[in-house]
Write a protein that binds this ligand. Structure first.
Ligand SMILES: NC(=O)c1ccc[n+]([C@@H]2O[C@H](COP(=O)([O-])OP(=O)(O)OC[C@H]3O[C@@H](n4cnc5c(N)ncnc54)[C@H](O)[C@@H]3O)[C@@H](O)[C@H]2O)c1
Ligand SMILES: [Zn+2]
Ligand SMILES: [Zn+2]
Length: 362
């Protein structure tokens, strides 16, 4: 029997989100219904609401979540009702070119549930990143559920489902930050702060946090940044060079995703350094005008980081264990716990720079 639950919906471009009753079908083959316990408010939800991702309104928002499996469909193995899971938005297929060559974190054919959740009148919803977890219950592909230690705090570990994993992975997986490397992170919201934490976890030496907001810089320092740069008062490229013996950082992570921050990152690298783009640009943005000879002459690599190049089955349980051992402070990312009716206010707070993450708890 399909169930009716409350959920947060973006009906049209730029309009405030509303709490609506939605229909959640029983899980079909390969699917699972999850009773959501916590779901963080990510900048990407706001991108959806503003029409910056695509025009497939109405969207069912929310995508960094944890919860308990309520029911699984036919053919699902390794997942049972009662399992505590973190949801992921890149369920790997196992058979595409990337998966077959042993790089499943790049999977080119990730999948979601086949059935649709709908509004009460039957209008099909587009779940954000194939999840839609600002909802008491949501329907996902079973592969989107990764089992983790059930004694962990849902609001903290749910954040691994998107922004925090993207940031940690941008540093550890994509940027290949290792012991002693120098790192600069541009933009220290949830994603950037996690990139700082990931760099520290990986043993980086110098970790420079750059933002336009001093409160975010303070937060980054508490995550282990060794230096901070406010790029409204200092040129970030010069400041990063000055803090790295005049050379630039081995790895620069752009967690904003704008032409100007990417260009700063490009020039703030040491020779043969790596630039990681983890912030998501909008479709009208263009690569800044950079002499091609600079791309050649400076060497190194320019990379993008999809979801921190994570492999949920490998990374989520490991990171939850580090959290449980007190070695990764996921609680520090949870600025506030809010109710399901608090998402629009959380978007405002995100704009005002007041929070790392507001987390809806059910
Ligand atoms: N690649 C992925 O898989 C992935 C996953 C999740 C989120 N994201 C993206 O990462 C980006 C950051 O997300 P978030 O949740 O941390 O957002 P956020 O709004 O919490 O943080 C953005 C931060 O950037 C700072 N900032 C803005 N303009 C700046 C500038 N010119 N220079 C320096 N700092 C600046 C802000 O002050 C803020 O601290 C978004 O674009 C989001 O869509 C990417
Ligand atoms: Zn694949
Ligand atoms: Zn997200």
């Amino acid at each position: 029997m399909p169930q009716q639950v409350k959920a947060v919906v973006a009906r049209s471009k730029g309009a405030p989100v509303t709490v609506e009753t939605i229909n959640v079908p029983d899980p079909g083959p390969g699917e699972a219904v999850v009773q959501v316990q916590a779901c963080g408010v990510c900048h990407t939800d706001l991108h959806y609401r503003e029409g910056g991702i695509n025009d497939d309104f109405p969207f069912l928002l929310g995508h960094e979540a944890s919860g308990v499996v309520e029911a699984v469909g036919e053919g699902v193995t390794g997942l049972e009702p009662g399992d505590f899971v973190v949801l992921n938005w890149r369920a790997v297929c196992g058979s595409c070119r990337a998966c077959l060559r042993g790089e499943p974190w790049y999977c080119f054919a990730t999948f979601n549930a086949t059935q649709k959740m709908t509004l009460e009148d039957g209008t099909e919803l587009s779940p954000a990143l194939g999840i839609g977890a600002f909802a008491e219950k949501t329907l996902v592909a079973a592969g989107q559920c990764t089992k983790v230690d059930p004694s962990a705090r849902p609001a903290a570990v749910g954040l691994l489902g998107c922004g925090v994993m993207a940031g940690l992975g941008a540093a550890i997986n994509t940027g290949n930050v290792t012991r002693g490397k120098s790192v600069a992170v541009i933009g220290c919201g949830g994603v950037g702060a996690a990139a700082v934490a990931g760099s520290v976890l990986a043993g980086a030496g110098t970790v420079i946090a750059v933002d336009i907001d001093d409160r975010k810089l303070e937060g980054a320092r508490s995550m282990g940044a060794t230096h901070t740069v406010n790029s409204t008062t200092q040129d970030p490229v010069e400041a990063i060079q000055a803090l790295t013996g005049g050379h630039g950082a081995d790895v620069v992570i752009d967690a904003v995703g704008r032409p100007e921050t990417w260009k700063q990152g490009f020039y703030a690298r040491d020779l043969a350094g790596t630039l990681v783009l983890v912030g998501v640009p909008t479709p009208e943005m263009r690569i800044p005008d950079i002499p091609l000879i600079d791309v050649f002459g400076r060497g190194g690599s320019l990379k993008s980081s999809w979801y921190g190049d994570c492999l949920p089955t490998r990374d989520f349980p490991l990171l939850v264990d580090l959290y449980q051992q007190g070695r990764l402070d996921l609680d520090a990312f949870v600025t506030e716990e809010i109710g399901i009716d608090g998402v629009e206010a959380a978007f405002d707070k995100m704009h005002d720079g007041n929070v790392l993450r507001s987390v809806v708890v059910f």
